[in-house]
Design a protein around this ligand. Structure first.
Ligand code: ADP
Ligand code: MG
Length: 480
């Protein structure tokens, strides 16, 4: 018989008569693949434990004798090892004790035949295998749960969080296992807007099997993130939830839209400039000629009309030039510099205005931030435009400007956040357009210029804003 088909039994008992009995019973069984090995003392039993046995038959007195817990030693080597105890007496106490010691079953000496012995061993081995495979499966799923790149949680019908994986803890900043100060955590509390929250509560109330929705959620560090929430019913009063963070995808889409818009505005501007500049030159030359040719008395009467023509031509010329300049990729003279320092220098330019309006400034700079390779003068202009806008948007005395620098996924990020008037949805769409302004004397070119400078560096600029709450500009540069 091949070695792998043998079922090796370690029989721990000092009674030689019992050994003879058990051996003869085994010989009588149908299956002939049993191989019995006897250990008559505890020392021998311990020495033999590593010998790869399929099942253990242990006389009751060896189960736990003195300081040595034989069953525990066996289970240390194989957690669910099938252990059957042999006792001289049958009593409910023995039954309980055997179980407590970790035995799978027990047999009363003299009260079992070969069939009972064989079946007891077979069942004990089968149970051990079952437990092992269950534990393996559980461990595999546990590992998927633990290592998942997306937040995962289990919640009940009230959306109370029962379990959450490390990614969830990372993203949302609390651990239902550790944060004992809060009695209960509810998934619904993470929702930003009521409509989405109610929709989710409705799904739970109606006990739907599966549901997917987009929702804005409160993430760690006061951040709002756009997510895709998938809810799957697992059991009565138990739901699985996966939360996919869509912020990065959304940001990329937004950046692409801005870049496309910038390029197409630039194309229109160049076309327009080309078509306007030639006739404009002709008008200016003609006005000059007229000025020379008109008789003095006519000029005395309507000479300032020529001035009006000249002045307006200059104005058109200037607008076209500004339009062209603000909508094209600019030439750069780059060198490595510290982003914290650039931001500080830009801030220096606007400090008098900020002080004048009594604005508080908070700097959250990453200290060891790497350098970026940029045209420092141009980037300073881009940042100054954002700072000026922020200061102008805030109320006197209560304004708070937060400047943040940090590294995120191989990029350098700058945030300029204010608690000013905010920007409406319609205006957000037109924000970077040339000449778009809400200010009586605004040029509407500040953001267009900032965007042009940042895009020329291969960077990106995005904005998040809420009317009445404030605005946050997020700029990204590649690291040097
Ligand atoms: P300007 O400042 O000359 O109006 P910009 O291009 O700098 O031109 O800004 C365009 C418009 O965008 C502003 O008029 C303002 O309405 C809006 N805006 C820009 N930044 C902010 C901000 N931080 N908060 C509120 N609104 C802003
Ligand atoms: Mg401005």
């Amino acid at each position: 018989m091949p070695e792998k088909d043998k079922i090796r039994i370690l029989y721990v008992d000092d009674d030689q008569d019992d050994l003879v009995l058990v051996t003869s019973l085994l010989q009588k069984t149908q299956a002939k693949n049993y191989e019995l090995e006897n250990a008559p003392t505890l020392e021998e039993a311990l020495a033999k434990l590593k010998g790869k046995f399929s099942v253990f038959l242990i006389d009751y007195k060896f189960g736990k004798s003195g300081d040595v817990d034989l069953i525990k030693e066996i289970k240390n080597l194989r957690k669910h090892a099938p252990v059957i105890m042999l006792t001289g007496i049958n009593s409910p106490i023995i039954d309980l004790e055997a179980l407590q010691l970790g035995a799978s079953d027990y047999l009363v000496k003299g009260q079992f035949d070969e069939r009972i012995l064989e079946r007891t061993m077979r069942f004990a081995m089968r149970d051990a295998q079952l437990l092992e495979s269950l534990e393996n499966t559980a461990m595999k799923f546990r590992s998927i749960f633990e290592r998942a790149g997306d937040p995962f949680l289990l919640m009940d019908q009230d959306s109370k969080i029962m379990e959450a994986n490390p990614m969830f803890v990372n993203k949302f900043g609390f651990d239902p296992h550790l944060d004992k100060d809060k009695e209960n955590y509810f998934f619904k509390d993470l929702f930003e807007d009521d409509a989405a929250r109610n929709q989710m509560i409705d799904v739970l109330d109606h006990n739907l099997d599966m549901f997917e929705m987009e929702a804005t959620m409160h993430a760690i560090g006061d951040n709002l993130i756009t997510t895709l929430v998938s809810i799957v019913k697992q059991d009565v009063n138990l739901f699985q939830v996966m939360v996919k963070d869509l912020s990065a995808i959304k940001a990329k889409v937004e950046e692409d839209i801005y870049l496309k818009k910038f390029s197409s505005t630039g194309r229109i501007a160049r076309l327009l400039a080309h078509e306007v500049k030639n006739p404009l030159t002709t008008i200016v030359l003609s006005a000059d000629q007229l000025n020379l040719e008109l008789p003095e008395e006519v000029k005395k009467e309507s000479g300032d009309l020529i001035d009006v023509i000249r002045r307006n031509c200059d104005r058109i010329n200037q607008l076209v030039t500004q339009l062209l300049d603000s909508t094209r990729f600019t030439e750069l003279k780059t060198k490595n510099c510290s982003i914290n320092q650039l931001l500080d220098e830009a801030l220096e330019h606007v400090m008098d205005r900020a002080d004048f309006k009594g604005i508080t400034i908070e700097k959250i700079y990453q200290k060891d931030i790497c350098e970026i390779n940029v045209d420092s003068e141009k980037v300073k202009i881009a940042l100054t435009n954002l700072l000026v806008n922020a200061i102008e948007a805030m109320e006197e005395g209560v304004g708070k400007l937060v400047l943040k620098t940090y590294i995120m996924s191989q990029h350098c990020r700058i945030e300029v956040r204010d608690n000013g008037v905010g920007i409406s949805k319609e205006n957000l769409e037109r924000l970077f357009e040339p000449f778009f302004t809400n200010k009586p004397t605004g040029s509407g070119l500040g953001l267009t210029n900032s965007q042009s400078i940042i895009l020329s560096h291969g960077g990106s600029i995005r904005v998040k804003s809420e009317v009445g709450k404030g605005t946050n500009f997020i700029i990204t540069f590649n690291l040097a």
